[in-house]
Design a protein around this ligand. Structure first.
Ligand code: ZN
Ligand code: ZN
Length: 330
């Protein structure tokens, strides 16, 4: 669907019947089309991409650049195949291009580092092993891709009609980028700003120390831009960016207050904090014990991120004890 003049949204399905879609955007210009994100590498997704293009009266050959907002399978999975079909060049931020091998080609080192990190935050060894097993699911639905062009903050991707500034917005991944056309006031946000969800922000072996702090800084930088339309990687296109950013920051603040409350009655590691918090699945509140191994891994990594954030801002302290990191309210 052509959402605004020159910007077409393609909706690409998730694998295994999961009821979610990735938004890919084809941006028309006088020097060809830029594709922002694509989708998983499955037969259904590639077929859906073809059909969505056809509805827009376009073909693979119209696409000259494939720009990937970040290195998650639902955004880059089919990029290598599309590059062949389109004869296009793949563009990524340098920091996420660096993850391609360790996250998707050979997972062993990252999986080992993840398990060691979980153990050092109090996760019992049997559960940490389960979480490790559950962490590589997405890799089966991607083909790794080496970008033809790596970009950094301040670079511009242009097709003659749209001038997209690269905004480096780390947090969700270390090399996440948003693309901003200041003349037309269009912002392509990948997973950093969604209308109806908040992206996963968690510590991972490759995330750096404080991804939650990075994410908040990214939101604050985005808030300085004048934007009329936001084109996110999932869910509806929207305007009113400032209102949405305020709401996201409010929800994140509520989560930090919940964590501080759990720390009120004594020293705890990240696993104990996770067990003491409420969790949400499909809109319903559940206990930590009700989560599956993959959700537990995501959850504990999220809590480590917020504990580090609260430690960075001085609201809590962190201590090393018997090979574990424990936290206390100040
Ligand atoms: Zn993502
Ligand atoms: Zn996504």
């Amino acid at each position: 669907m052509e959402i605004v003049t020159g910007v077409h949204q393609l909706r690409i399905p998730f694998p295994e019947g999961i009821d979610r879609l990735t938004n890919a955007y084809v941006i028309e210009g006088s020097r060809g089309c830029i594709l922002v994100d694509c989708g998983w590498d499955t037969s259904e997704a590639i077929w859906a991409f073809r059909e969505e293009l056809r509805i827009e009266r376009m073909s693979f050959e119209d696409i000259n650049w494939i720009v990937l907002t970040h290195a998650h399978p639902d955004h880059f999975g089919m990029a290598a195949k599309l590059r062949e079909l389109c004869g296009a060049r793949v563009v990524m931020h340098r920091a996420d291009a660096d993850l391609m091998h360790s996250r998707y080609a050979d997972l062993r080192d990252v999986a080992t580092a993840l398990e060691a990190m979980l153990l050092s935050h109090g996760v019992p060894s049997s559960e940490a092993a389960e979480m490790r097993e559950a962490s590589g699911w997405g890799a089966q639905y991607v083909t790794t891709v080496e970008p033809d062009v790596v970009v950094d903050e301040g670079d511009v991707v242009s097709n003659g009609t749209f001038q997209l500034d690269v905004l480096h917005t780390p947090g969700h991944t270390p090399g996440h980028m948003c693309l901003y056309d200041s003349r037309k006031r269009r912002l392509f946000t990948g997973d950093t700003v969604l209308f109806d969800a908040i992206p996963h922000i968690g510590v991972a072996p490759e995330s750096g120390y404080d991804p939650a702090g990075d994410y908040i800084s990214s939101l604050e930088r985005i808030n300085e831009k004048s934007v009329s339309f936001v084109f996110p990687g999932h869910g509806p296109v929207f305007n009113g960016l400032g209102i949405r950013l305020t709401e996201i920051l409010r929800v994140l603040d509520v989560r930090q207050r919940q964590i501080l409350k759990v720390l009120d009655d004594g020293l705890k590691d990240a696993y104990q904090v996770s067990c003491g918090l409420p969790w949400t699945i499909d809109g319903s509140e559940v206990a930590y014990a009700d989560l599956g191994p993959r959700e537990r891994r995501i959850g504990v990594c999220e809590i480590i991120a917020w504990l580090r954030r609260l430690n960075s801002t001085g609201e809590i302290g962190a201590l090393e004890q018997d090979g574990k990191t424990i936290y206390l309210a100040k």
